[in-house]
Write a protein of this length. Sequence first.
Length: 295
Amino acid sequence: MSAEAQARASVDQLLDVLDLDASRARTTEDIFTGRSHSMPTGRIYGGQVLGQSLLAAERTMPPDRAAHSMHGYFLRPGDSAQGVTISVDRIHDGRSFSTRRAQAYQNGVPIFSMIASFQDEAPGLEHAAPMPTGMPDPEDLLPDEELVGGAGATALRMLTERPVDTRHVQSPIYLTADGERAAHQAVWMRMRAPMPDDQRLHRAALAYLSDMTIQESILRAHGVAWVTPGLKVASLDHAMWWHRPVRVDDWMLFVQKSPNARGGRGLATGRIYSREGVLAASVTQEIMIRVPEAG
């Protein structure tokens, strides 16, 4: 399969995962079902249930009321060999805002729980933190999969087959973390092939990729590479705010930093900019992190 065909196939697979089915079963909630990405680790990628849960909640909204924030907790590891059932509780509908709770289930137990808020487009005060200057263009950087020649087959497959093209501004920490121990980094990202014009899909895809690489600002601060023997990392919670529309099939800069790590947990924050410097979204995530040599 050519590189172009592989890119198209990986994005089509993501679109299939985001194409939820509405169940005829009803309680007091709306019920949706979705498929899972096949993952070499056997565990569901967190960004998958983020995107699916958001889209399920969006399916209960009128088209002009868009997601502006979500707060979610990862409760249990998901099995990537199984599909996901998502229930949506229509908590509140007001004149300008709506609130939804979405929970993703496998085997009858929740693996992810989220509350999201939606708003009609409205005028108001506006400002935004500027995109950092002096960043190299993504075309001047190598794709991450071309920088991991010494990685194992599983890691290489995850990088080459995922639908997102990622290019680290600093040296990636997949194999080593020998550079400056700084609690920040920047990563260019985009989907590998064009997406439909539906902004609901672009918001869900943005949630999907927002769980990708954000943990690394914590690891980089301590010189810890992903291949460190015995390293255990798991996302605990995830919050996201959508500020302005953006196309995820165009280049975006994900600027990340970690303000704190303590007690086996690390906090990471991120800002996502369009290539033109428009602030599209903000992200915060806390992770569990266990490094053997740190006790």
